[in-house]
Design a protein. Structure first.
Length: 134
């Protein structure tokens, strides 16, 4: 049985709401090329939201330079805002991260991050929308 999310839209509605690249990443589980998104080097304080539904996902205070080429965080903004599932699309199993509110594919989480969590939430900048703090 497919997971049910609070925000439900038809594929046509998602296509109307998102740019083609946002749709490819968030709805078709795509990945942007490393080092290409401006959020990889974003240094301002603020909140990163889901580009598809607007849910707050990551605080800039948890962002760090991982050297991976994608925006990386050591923790979500709050428990339960992201979900995880097994991703067997490559030659190994990875842990996919999605928005718990709408199911948008965000990226993957790896166990090689900094303290205090030891996790690296490696996110596609295309799946995020940044709002700087005033």
């Amino acid at each position: 049985m497919a997971e049910q999310f609070k925000v439900q839209k038809s594929e046509a509605e998602w296509r109307k709401l998102l740019t083609p690249e946002q749709y490819r990443v968030t709805r078709e589980h795509g990945t942007e090329r490393a080092w290409t998104h401006l959020y990889n080097t974003e240094k301002r304080d603020g909140i990163y939201h889901c580009v598809a539904c607007g849910a707050a996902l990551f605080d800039a205070g948890t962002k760090y330079e991982s050297g991976s080429g994608w925006p990386s965080f050591f923790a979500p903004i709050a428990p339960g805002v992201v979900g995880e599932s097994a991703d067997n699309s490559l030659f190994s199993t990875r842990t996919e991260v999605h928005c718990a509110n709408c199911g948008a594919h965000l990226g993957h989480v790896f166990p090689d991050g900094p303290e205090p969590t030891g996790l690296r939430y490696c996110m596609n900048g295309t799946a995020l929308d940044f709002t700087p703090r005033a």
